[in-house]
Design a protein around this ligand. Sequence first.
Ligand code: GDP
Ligand code: MG
Length: 703
Amino acid sequence: MAKKTVPPIKIALAGNPNAGKTSLFNVLTGSRQHVGNYPGVTVEQRWGHYKVNGQRVDVVDLPGTYSLTSFSPEERVARDELLHTQHDVVVVVADSTALKRSLMLLVQVMQLGATPVLCLNMSDEAMASGQRIDRKRLELELGFPVVETVGHKGKGRDDLIAAIFRASESKTSAKTPSLGEDLDGAIETISATLKLSGSLPQTKAWVATRLLVGDEKIAEELAGDVSKDTVALAKKEAERLSNETGQDISLFVTERYFAFVDDLLAKVVKTERRSDSRARSERIDRVLANPTFGLPVFGIIMFAIFWVTFTLGEIPMGWIESGQGMLSDWITGFWPQGSESALRSLLVDGVIAGVGGVVVFLPNIVLLFLGLALLEDSGYMARAAYLMDRVMHRFGLHGKSFVPMMTGFGCSIPGIMATRTLENERDRLTTMLVLPLMSCGARLPIWMLLIPAFFPPEWRAPALWGIYSIGILLAFLLALALRRTVLAGEAAPFVMELPPYRMPTSRALIKKMTERAWIYLRKAGTIILAVSIVLWVMSTYPKKDTYEVDAQLAQGIEMTDEEIEQARGGEDLRYSVAGRLGIAIEPLIKPMGFDWKLGTSMIGAFAAKEVFVANLGIVYSMGETTEDSEDLRNKLSRDYSPLVGFSLMLFLLIAAPCMATFAVTRRESGSWRWAFLQLGGLTLVAFLLSTTVYQVGRLLGAG
Ligand code: GDP
Ligand code: MG
């Protein structure tokens, strides 16, 4: 008997950020999942599948969103997926401890005419806080399945799977939520004139509502389906409603959404006593979000993270280093001793010295991200933003800007994209322009290399903390400068809801760390590898045939073999393309205390910041005898004073953001002008600051 092929059921998980979508996604799909990006944006996309009774179910985990109307990249992606992709079932994941907010999304999904399942997640916490939900009644009111789950524990999995199956069997769209006679009437009138094609017909109520509130984007996007007459009709209806109610139309619609949710909740929720987790959170916040010592505590917490990043990271780093040493020796062993080989040099001096030099810092990256993930998942990060708000206002910034800025510690690109949550254009531009000063993950390897080279052990963690702090401080100062000049204007007020504290789960943490580690390794294996090979070629060719050192030897100068080798290596490097470039820019960087070797290493760091570390590894590996096993940090502390080291760190912190940041700033700000202002401005500030530090330092007798 031929096997009948049944098409897979397609479902999407939608919900507020932190409602537990990803936890449920993991529970449903197990390891049968992939992570990637949505096309064209750096918003993460997760998709996977599971099987029940031979029926395959494909699942997408949508980015977190509070509504389908705002335009942060995450929200945009979620909106587009829900609007344009035909899902058999849309599971709305609600945070049961914040039902009102969660159900606001549900109303919109219902308007979209999806086939929903409501998943009341975090039911453990809601239960503990004394909240009781009459699930049966809620199901009856809504007309589609409602299940209770505890996402991170996998509780309620079978119920959820069964509910999804039931919903997909029924194939019934949610009935349009009733938003009051007047509004429903207007929506219906507008809907009647809509002729939506493809998968869109069932989204009429939602599209009509968007037209009613004057959403021009939707009219443009569906230009083929939405006639001018419909737009005009929507405008007339909006005016009528707003005259009748004396209210702004958007506000009016939002209020009706809320009213729908409130009615529903009044029918099904019984709260027995005050939320335990809220009460506990408030107690914790008396210390952590305290106006006087909240900020110092934040400083201490960050310091602890950097300390751990350093001290614990050193241990596995040693293992990786010795592993690479063994690998180099093993490769070198394939060639007869002392022989010249371009391939051997490419592998040992190019790939291992370059890529290996970056990979070595993997443990530090993992530890730093563990720390940041802990702050985020526990709910502490929201407190930090709240605390920073008052400080940031003095600098013409915004408490809300702090979240993109903290994201910038990971990578400037998502940080810059996250500025879309700022409504005010000036707030947004200011934040975006100074954001690269948040020391990103790609710069961590630079600090890991330079700090131990120039600071004694007990000063290393403070130095790391210091460089991050300098970045933040400078970001504030530059923001203030922008606010006083090109971007003058008031900063908008900040409202933010603090989520309750939660114990982060090890599963979520491990996942975040492995993802980060993988991204880091992938970058090392692609862009860093490519740049390393290019730099190896540039620092190997053209070859020199006669050496000055040989002439000196002929004149009878005494030198050890090692000194001769080293002198020849140095000459080779100066003669190569990379060396010549470094020497050419030396006059420019000399005021900061840098020589041509550092200049050579900086070439290409615009492609990716880690490249500086890779390049330095190659430059030192090329210019020296290969037998020399002294590590790079020792060579650096031998060649440069701590003053130069510090000046170098400052320069690398502030100067030219990487290429990708430049491109994203261009796209997000909508003009080359801002992107160039950022690039040029930051490089200029870097130059001035490093030069001042170096020159003043020298006058004072350091270095
Ligand atoms: P997402 O942003 O919607 O993808 O949310 P996540 O799945 O990343 O979950 C956010 C946090 O809530 C994580 O720390 C989870 O472990 C935790 N979490 C998820 N589901 C539950 C739940 O049902 N109860 C509790 N107490 N915590 C949960
Ligand atoms: Mg998620």
